[in-house]
Design a protein around this ligand. Sequence first.
Ligand code: ADP
Ligand code: MG
Length: 316
Amino acid sequence: MPGPGEFDIIRNYFSRAPSGEGVVLGIGDDCALLQPPAGELLATSVDTLVADRHFPAGANAGLIASRALRVNVSDLAAMNARPLWFTLALTLPESDADWLQAFADGLLETAREYGVALVGGDTTRGPLSITIQVTGSSGAPLRRDGAGAGDAIYVSGPLGAAAASLPVILGQRSVSNADRQRAETAYFCPEPQLKTAAAIGVIASSAVDISDGLLADLGHICRASGVTAEVDLEAVPVAGLARELDEARALELAATGGDDYQLCFTVPQAQIAALEALGLDAVRIGTLVAAEGTPEVRAQLRGETWTPAAAGYQHF
Ligand code: ADP
Ligand code: MG
């Protein structure tokens, strides 16, 4: 039986998306019409997930959708922007009603969780890929270029869970159903750190979400701000899923593994007391110092310089 055609796909699976704040006109016209919140800046970002690069093509469609939206919302969290709207460009090798139903269910459930409305998109045939563009608004954006020497470096929560799960996700290691579920949750359902971002918005001097690995993403703050980071690896919180591995491997994954989408942020000395008073789960992992020449990230373990076996992920 042939699957639904292009317009049936849009009507059956995506047009039923609930409306949202500021949506004057949603799916169905040539453009959506959106009313930005008065006095705030719009923050917008796009991410593409390509089958067999960002997720196995055979993975559960609902989980793929969940991950696609979460990683985009995480970019908003990294800027302290509140999610408002998103568009979806979906490229499918074939029209498969069951796959589309699971995908739309996962997508719209995740959208509800984060209060973000699907307002448009594009549907095409080709190798499976999912592009989501997300827009939010912020009254106190957090940027990568605001950090200064002397600022303390924090991470919002434990790292290494998604990287530790990757062999299970890629089918390289077989585990019990319960362990598979834990791995899938870690990899496909990272939690965008919106609450932490809102709390630190006027306290932090810079922030980035950790998609490519702590040391690599902290490097972006260092280059944008012109400072060097000194990280004490013993302080880095390691996720339970990574702690089940040997200690050296766990630390490697926490320092360089991507896909956890925790935040790394910096706090000026004068704001540290205000941050600590918030009672967040955030952990201090180091300090920024003046760059001598090129900004860099220096990691130490038990007083010794530590270099990762592999650098952060780069596509090219
Ligand atoms: P156009 O040809 O004018 O670009 P389309 O025929 O591609 O419009 O889409 C019709 C409507 O459906 C538009 O409002 C578009 O935003 C929406 N749309 C198309 N594909 C999707 C999708 N995958 N998810 C959500 N909305 C979609
Ligand atoms: Mg048109």
